[in-house]
Ligand binder design. Structure first.
Ligand code: GTP
Ligand code: MG
Length: 263
């Protein structure tokens, strides 16, 4: 059985034929299951161990534009797919699980900064080989239950690969951060064939998004006083509790008014 040691090898493998694709997807996902840690978080093997001593400070604008073009396409495809799933869900269950979707391509500056922080040469080539968050979408749902409903739909999409999965909802970070992260491989077609491009997808509830946005603004990756860190750890629990109570209110309203219109 051919094993991919880095997700990059997988993206670079040009596939032909749907059967081969599905077989390779299952093979890769079995490997992923084996590599889940005790918290159920997939930890991929480190891509490209070499660190060149050369320090190139900037990626030329033209190279950046060329680098991000297929990622932009992959990101748009995923965004359209998520909107489609939201619509289908509404038709079937008379409910919208998704409140809104945000999409972004990592800026040239952020790519350069991240490569430098990993002690990697600052080039478009190393960015493609080492970063899986050049394209990212954030899916904001109403309630935790909505996240897991939409997740189960994503997992039925046979053309998408799950390259990495981190459940910070059942296993929040020490900071109190909650979200469900995935890196999906999205097929992008060019005349040379098809390649998978990674798109990072973060699923959050509105309450988790409020917490993450405020914490990012006030303390994330900065010098934060202990009291502030403690306060945010508590807010995370308080917001989850508030969200749970609101869900309870909604369930009660729906029980009493089964025809309650959905948005
Ligand atoms: P990065 O190098 O930061 O991308 O980390 P990673 O590749 O190990 O991924 P991880 O799953 O830890 O988080 C990636 C993204 O999740 C970050 O870029 C943030 O958007 C978000 N995130 C993770 N932890 C926190 C946190 O404690 N607070 C906030 N506000 N956001 C977080
Ligand atoms: Mg990131």
């Amino acid at each position: 059985m051919k094993r991919f040691h880095t997700s990059i090898q997988l993206y670079n493998c040009i596939h032909q034929g749907a059967e081969f694709l599905i077989a390779r997807k299952n093979e890769f996902q079995n490997d992923i299951l084996k590599e889940m840690n005790s918290e159920g978080i997939y930890e991929p093997p480190k891509a490209l161990a070499f660190i060149s001593p050369s320090k190139i400070e900037r990626i030329p604008q033209e190279e950046y534009d060329q680098l991000v073009e297929p990622y932009r396409e992959a990101m748009t495809r995923l965004e359209v797919r998520m909107n489609g799933l939201n619509e289908d869900y509404r038709k079937k269950y008379r409910d919208y699980p998704i409140h809104n979707i945000q999409a972004r391509i990592k800026s040239r500056k952020s790519i350069e900064k991240k490569l430098a922080s990993k002690n990697l040469p600052v080039t478009a080539y190393t960015a493609k080989d080492n970063l899986t968050d050049i394209a990212g979408i954030r899916v904001i749902c109403y309630f935790v239950e909505d996240i897991f409903s939409i997740l189960s739909l994503v997992k039925t999409q046979t053309d998408l690969l799950i390259l990495k999965e981190s459940d910070y909802i059942h296993y929040p970070k020490d900071s109190g951060y909650k979200s469900y992260h995935m890196v999906l491989g999205i097929p992008v077609y060019r005349i040379e064939g098809m390649q998978y491009y990674p798109v990072e997808i973060q699923f959050r509830t509105l309450a988790m998004d409020l917490w993450a946005s405020m914490e990012h603004r006030i303390c994330y990756k900065g010098d934060t006083p202990d009291e502030t860190t403690d306060a945010f750890r508590n807010y995370s629990g308080e917001l989850s509790e508030m969200e749970r109570r609101m869900k309870h209110l909604l369930d009660e309203i729906r029980r009493d008014n089964p025809q309650e219109p959905m948005q």
